[in-house]
Design a protein around this ligand. Structure first.
Ligand SMILES: Cc1cc2nc3c(=O)[nH]c(=O)nc-3n(C[C@H](O)[C@H](O)[C@H](O)COP(=O)(O)O)c2cc1C
Length: 332
């Protein structure tokens, strides 16, 4: 019985879930995610082990660690990606790259870049990403920074490494960009970015949320989000009239236990104090709109008291909506 109740509880909360979204007010900010990264062979990833058993040979990586991190940031912020490439490409093999990087440091080089950001003036927020090379930011990142006037912009460093963390590069960027607002950067292990997508996404998501930099929704995506939030607020407020309006008639709630509940039964338990919702938070929302249909998926943390049990739970949510008379209506 206890198990049944807890399953019901989870499912009921799952249906009740709706997101808040930290960066939504960010609105019109334009975001650039610029990064330098190398594919090929690197410390810990893409290692060519000549002569070793074939199982140990993973082959060169096709996409650099920082490139993977940059793509995740662009996805989560809605930013545009820009790859910082040098006119002379960097070597694929690790040993040669170690030498090249050291030579560039020794000569305080400013390697020539292969492409420019044409419309830098349009961006308010510039993420700058790089690997740590010999404890430092690659010299080509100095070439990039020095090529633009970043005064008045918000600059956010990010990097991958294999043990050095940010290695002091946060302060370096702050000192070379005194006219910019430099926010706290994030360093993650290159191997994590390359091989543990889930972990990398979680670290990046948490960091971006802390900076209030997550994607601002616009248009129909924003409408779906607003409808979802309205449902959640109505759950908290026990506003049954609004809930009834935002859920399609005939919607049934099928619980993990197999039990089905009509929306009237579900709302009845909210109204009579069996189900009580207090707060919610959303992680990694993805909204897909296709004509008059929309799906919102996310991990939602809910704080509630249901069937006498209080707690916070993080649950996967997959909510379907159909646009009816100009309003997104939830259903299953
Ligand atoms: C030339 C070179 C020097 C490196 N030096 C360091 C270092 O000092 N500290 C560290 O933690 N990792 C160091 N690494 C590892 C890289 O920072 C790490 O593999 C990073 O994820 C590579 O990113 P990328 O794939 O985007 O190029 C070095 C790698 C290279 C190629």
């Amino acid at each position: 019985m206890k198990k049944l109740v807890s399953l019901l509880m989870i499912l009921l909360m799952l249906f009740a879930a709706a997101p808040s979204y930290a960066g939504e007010a960010e609105g019109a900010s334009r975001i650039l995610v610029a990064y330098l990264s190398r594919a090929g062979e690197n410390y810990n990833v893409g290692i060519a082990r000549e002569g070793s058993a074939s199982a140990a040979y993973a082959g060169y990586i096709e996409k650099g660690n920082t490139a993977i991190m940059a793509a995740m940031i662009a996805e989560m912020t809605g930013g545009s990606l820009f790859e910082i490439r040098t006119v002379t490409p960097y070597p694929d093999d690790y040993a040669s790259m170690l030498r090249t990087a050291q030579e560039e440091i020794d000569t305080d080089a400013r390697p020539e870049l292969a492409a420019q950001v044409e419309n830098m003036a349009d961006y308010d927020i510039v993420f700058i990403g790089y690997p740590i090379w010999h404890g430092r930011m690659p010299q080509a990142v100095y070439s990039f920074i020095e090529a633009y006037d970043l005064t008045g912009k918000t600059v956010i460093p990010f990097n991958t490494h294999e043990g050095s963390g940010q290695s002091g590069t946060q302060r370096v960027i702050e000192s070379v960009l005194p006219g910019s607002t430099v926010l706290q950067g994030l360093a993650i292990r290159g191997k994590t970015a390359q091989e543990d997508t889930e972990q990398a996404q979680a670290l990046i998501s948490e960091w971006l949320e802390g900076l209030d930099m997550k994607k601002a929704y616009t248009g129909e995506e924003a409408e779906v989000l607003a409808a979802y939030r309205a449902i959640q607020q109505a759950m908290i407020d026990k506003d049954i009239e609004t809930l009834d309006r935002l859920y399609r008639d005939g919607t049934t709630f099928t619980h993990m236990s197999g039990k089905k509940q009509t929306k009237e039964e579900f709302f009845g338990e909210i109204a009579d104090g069996t189900l009580n919702y207090f707060a919610y938070d959303i992680l990694n929302p993805v909204i897909t709109v296709d004509g008059g249909e929309a799906v919102l998926t996310a991990d939602v943390t809910l704080t509630a008291k249901v069937y006498g049990a209080s707690g916070s739970w993080t649950l996967p949510v997959n909510a379907h909506f159909t646009k009816t008379d100009g309003q997104w209506i939830a259903h299953n």
